[in-house]
Design a protein around this ligand. Structure first.
Ligand code: NAD
Length: 428
């Protein structure tokens, strides 16, 4: 998003093309799946706190809904672009397919910076976005969820606006709602925990006991924090994390060789996942440049911040000690860097698989909302573990059998399922 020289949608399409060749997809199927089915560009006028009006630009993209309603988050970011949203929508289609849940792929975004907006102004953006799109979204056609810089409160405002417009209670319209207001227990943890469920399985496949492993993580937001929590629980140690510093407009890495203390770091982190560097220094962390997370001597790297982070410029900095990369973020590795990682024989757990815990739990939330009956947290996380584990196994078995890179195997399964559903419906 921040780097305009790179185009996420072109990258998503080039990943698709590679697999389309492997699957030998016909021309019409390629033409259908290479592009998004529908996209909406909206303007959202907001009366700001000082009385002035400001118009924000927003998007919703629905990539493919052959396997079920489109599903995907809505992000707030000052550098959001339509091509990023297009790429993310396509990736959502593959993600829901690889974990085999009956949903398609979509994504939304609003160009805004919540750091500089009051809660009232953010509420107006949420309500305005829904007002512009309420005719084209809903529990049976397109279901949003939280993503970068949006949270349960934003989802509740969006739900309230949608239900007000429709004149009925429709809790299945949106997921990531607050617990007690239709949200699922375990949703907050789901993506980060899901990443570690797959890391645990990869370690098993590589015959490495988790208790001896170390990790370095980019980001310290929702995904990163819960990944660290579960990684600690299975015996691992995270020695480095990084985050964006809003004041300095740059990122920093925070290193503690004895292992970062999750609660301690949470205590000095703002609501956007930014760690206070002065307080971190005071607590004995080495404060290093933003990119330092990638060059650490660890077993596992987890990019869990933004797309386009492991590139041809920095891939060579990955230490020889690294055995697994688990992509918590969406699209963190460029195709050029991916080729290097594949050649080096590092075990890649690709984004569509590694971070699918969030959408899987969102699906559970929808099921519970529709039933109006809610499971306890252990039940949710148990079901999540079993979905993630079986998706991991299906991908790694195919990779083993056909001697494919893990990312290619995940894509072959996902794109194969979506192509088949589109064909079965008579679309191509
Ligand atoms: P978040 O907003 O909670 O946290 C993002 C973190 O990244 C923050 O700590 C921020 O400081 C850090 N960051 C931002 N820019 C950075 C930079 N240049 N260098 C280092 N750190 C930087 O977001 P999140 O929900 O944790 O999502 C992180 C990634 O995971 C995104 O790519 C998102 O699309 C993806 N993802 C999230 C979910 C989910 O359920 N939250 C699900 C699937 C995928």
């Amino acid at each position: 998003m921040a780097d305009r020289s790179y185009n996420a949608f072109e990258m998503a399409q080039s990943q698709f093309d590679k697999v389309a060749d492997q699957l030998d997809l016909d021309e019409a199927t390629r033409d259908l799946l290479r592009y998004n089915a529908r996209e909406y560009h909206v303007s959202i006028p907001v009366r700001m706190d000082d009385g002035s009006f400001k118009v924000f630009r927003g998007y919703r993209v629905q990539h493919n809904d052959s396997r079920g309603p489109a599903k995907g988050g809505i992000r707030f970011h000052p550098m959001e672009t339509i091509d990023t949203v297009r790429a993310l929508a396509m990736w959502m289609t593959w993600k829901t397919a690889v974990v085999d849940i009956p949903l398609g792929g979509g994504k939304g975004g609003v160009i805004c910076d919540p750091h500089n907006l009051s809660m009232r102004e953010q509420e107006q953006i949420c309500r305005g976005w829904v007002r512009q799109l309420s005719r084209d979204m809903g529990p049976v056609n397109d279901i949003p969820a939280p993503d970068v810089m949006t949270n349960a409160q934003h989802m509740l405002w969006m739900l309230d606006e949608f239900e007000t417009l429709r004149g009925e209670r429709l809790p299945g319209f949106i997921t990531g709602k607050p617990v007690g207001m239709g949200g699922s227990l375990g949703r907050t943890e789901a993506t980060g925990y899901g990443v570690i469920f797959t890391v645990r399985e990869a370690l098993k496949a590589l015959d490495i006991p988790p208790a001896k492993t170390t990790a370095s993580i980019q980001g310290f937001g929702n995904v990163a924090q819960y990944a660290i929590e579960l990684f600690n629980r299975i015996g691992g140690k995270t020695i480095c994390v990084s985050s964006w510093d809003q004041k300095d407009q740059t990122s920093y890495s925070f290193k503690k060789s004895s292992g970062v203390d999750l609660d301690e770091l949470r205590g000095i982190t703002d609501r956007f996942g930014g760690i206070d560097k002065d307080k971190a220094k005071g607590l004995g962390y080495e404060v290093l440049p933003g990119e330092a997370w990638i060059e650490q001597k660890v077993d596992i790297l987890i990019p869990a911040a933004l797309e386009h982070q492991i590139t041809k410029e920095n891939v060579s900095k990955i230490n020889d000690s690294v055995k697994i990369i688990a992509e918590g973020a969406n699209g963190p590795t460029t195709p050029e860097a991916d080729e290097v990682i594949s050649k080096r024989g590092i075990f890649m757990i690709p984004d569509l698989l590694a971070n699918a815990g969030g959408v899987t739990c969102s699906y559970f939330e929808q099921v519970q909302s529709n039933m109006n009956y809610f499971w306890d947290k252990d039940e949710v996380l148990g079901k999540l573990d079993s979905k993630m584990t079986s998706a991991f196994n299906a991908v790694s078995e195919l990779a083993e059998k056909r001697k494919l890179y893990m990312r290619d195997a995940a894509y072959v399964i996902a794109i194969g399922r979506v192509a088949q559903a589109s064909k079965d419906r008579g679309w191509v």
